[in-house]
Design a protein around this ligand. Structure first.
Ligand code: ADP
Ligand code: MG
Length: 232
């Protein structure tokens, strides 16, 4: 009797389990959320503060579950041909609002004539959002986040640069591991998810950082990853 599983089988097993558990946890959470909303309608406003906290924590738990589920998936479905800049522009209002609140600025340096890519737009949006959020969370007021794109011989590169404190080599080694975080409210899933999504896209993610100066995350979408030729 041979019980050894191939890696792919094991991965899909983990994926199935994650999907099952996610479903089982989300259902009761949705019920709690629903009844909380009902309670708020009937309760005095002195409970508003607690209500907000409970709702925020529920939403946080939900997004951890989503990230975990996404991490357990071994490949992206629904890849479509799209333009990286469209994804960035869709995210812009969200990023600008966040930066405004923090008193930070954002600069876009988007290359002209960037080729279209075959991507899962939802997942790549998540990557750009995670990297940008990390950048903003790392910076003080007046910090600057820069999103830059260009074409390289290898493919299309996206750079996310911040003017934060930088990341030590020791931390760089650990930060892509699931649940590694230095933040009190962090999940430590952001970069692990980025890595898993970019690997699924046959891309590459790397980091360059100088302590005290800032950090640049680079995401490479490889030519061989199946994007179509430039049309002008
Ligand atoms: P989280 O943001 O929940 O902590 P992440 O996986 O997104 O989890 O990031 C892991 C850790 O990597 C962060 O807690 C932080 O210490 C470090 N990190 C990530 N991005 C940056 C950055 N741009 N500048 C400084 N540190 C960073
Ligand atoms: Mg993060």
């Amino acid at each position: 009797l041979r019980t050894e599983l191939f890696n792919a089988d094991r991965l899909s097993l983990v994926g199935q389990m994650a999907a099952g558990i996610t479903h089982e946890i989300r259902n009761p959470m949705a019920v709690v959320r629903g009844f909380l909303q009902l309670m708020k309608e009937k309760s005095p406003t002195s409970l508003d503060h607690y209500y907000r906290i409970v709702m925020d924590e529920l939403d946080r738990a939900n997004s951890i579950i989503s990230d975990f589920l996404s991490l357990a998936q071994s490949r992206s479905v629904n890849k479509e041909e799209c333009h990286l800049h469209d994804i960035i522009h869709e995210l812009s209002p969200l990023l600008w609002a966040d930066a405004n609140l923090r008193g930070q600025s954002i600069e876009l340096k988007l290359a002209e004539n960037l080729p279209r890519l075959k991507l899962n737009t939802k997942e790549i949006k998540q990557v750009i959002l995670n990297l940008s959020r990390n950048a903003m969370e790392a910076m003080e007021e007046k910090g600057q986040l820069t999103l830059e794109t260009h074409t390289t011989p290898e493919g299309v590169e996206l750079l996310v640069t911040d003017t934060g404190p930088g990341i030590s080599p020791a931390k760089q080694e650990k930060m892509f591991q699931p649940f590694f975080t230095t933040k009190t409210q962090g999940t430590g899933l952001g970069l692990a998810l980025c890595l898993s999504i970019i690997e699924r896209h046959n891309g590459k993610i790397s980091v360059e950082s100088e302590e005290g100066r800032g950090t640049t995350f680079s995401v490479l979408f490889r030519r061989s990853g199946g994007y179509t030729a430039e049309v002008g």
